[in-house]
Design a protein around this ligand. Structure first.
Ligand SMILES: Cc1cc2nc3c(=O)[nH]c(=O)nc-3n(C[C@H](O)[C@H](O)[C@H](O)COP(=O)(O)OP(=O)(O)OC[C@H]3O[C@@H](n4cnc5c(N)ncnc54)[C@H](O)[C@@H]3O)c2cc1C
Length: 213
């Protein structure tokens, strides 16, 4: 556990922001999460690492939740302040044996975070990333992805790749059966997507999930 100094804050609107901190030699694999909070705070929460192990800084992407303790406390911090970080933890990772497989990544909201880390660390990945969001401002750092591989499913505005939810996109698109599927975000989405994939013949051992809430 260490206190990491904030060296940058990026605001995306819609209450979402990236905290960039000193790395302090934190060791992690892409897809893992840390536990973060104020240095003397009572509450601490899990956040997927947004940056890549090849970066010399540490980033997390956070959505401020109305009435939420930690997402609001961290939002009030400034450059130079410290964040208490523990980790890294978790098994939402890609095995080196699977690196050449086709991947289907499905995220809602800030659930795109581990996929940002995967795609930065493994630049040759064969992936499609389907991202469910409410508004266009949640298209976090889309310039960092191959634009032919990322699809925004926007539920409350026009102008994304698809108007509607990720479940709608999945029902209307062909899914290569040999894909390894990674799901990250809210449990409602993960449950629904599991059912769709099961009905298309995907076995559970090809599906990995990280639930945020
Ligand atoms: C493994 C893991 C990784 C996570 N990674 C991230 C991440 O990279 N970025 C991120 O923003 N969050 C992430 N989360 C969620 C995060 O840990 C907190 O739950 C979130 O920041 C809310 O904490 P809070 O203290 O502000 O709200 P709390 O005071 O704990 O509670 C607020 C309420 O909001 C609900 N809630 C939690 N998250 C959301 C959400 N995104 N949208 C709507 N309601 C929500 C909770 O269920 C709760 O009922 C992750 C969770 C897990 C388990």
């Amino acid at each position: 556990m260490a206190n990491h100094r904030i060296i940058g804050i990026r605001d995306f609107g819609a209450g979402s922001y990236v905290l960039r901190m000193d790395r302090c030699n934190l060791d992690f694999e892409p897809g893992q999460y840390i536990i973060a909070g104020l240095p003397h705070g009572i509450h601490r929460r899990e956040y997927s690492v947004y940056s890549s192990p090849s970066d010399d800084f540490l980033e997390i992407l956070i959505k401020e939740i109305d009435g939420g303790h930690v997402s609001s406390e961290l939002r009030r911090l400034s450059v130079g302040d410290k964040v208490n970080v523990e980790g890294a933890f978790g098994y939402f990772r890609i095995s080196v044996d699977d690196l050449s497989a086709p991947f289907l990544f499905i995220a809602t909201g800030t659930g795109i975070s581990p996929f940002h880390s995967f795609t930065r660390f493994y630049p040759d990945l064969d992936y499609r990333l389907v991202h469910g969001i409410r508004s266009l401002e949640e298209r976090y750092d889309y310039a960092d992805y191959d634009k032919t591989r990322i699809f925004s499913c926007v539920s409350r505005e026009e102008g994304g790749s698809y108007q509607g939810r990720v479940t709608g996109w999945l029902k209307e698109n062909r899914l290569p059966e040999d894909s390894l599927v990674y799901l990250c975000g809210n449990s409602g989405m993960v449950d629904e997507v599991y059912s769709i994939l099961a009905s298309r013949g995907f076995s559970a051992d090809r599906i990995h999930a990280e639930l945020y809430f």
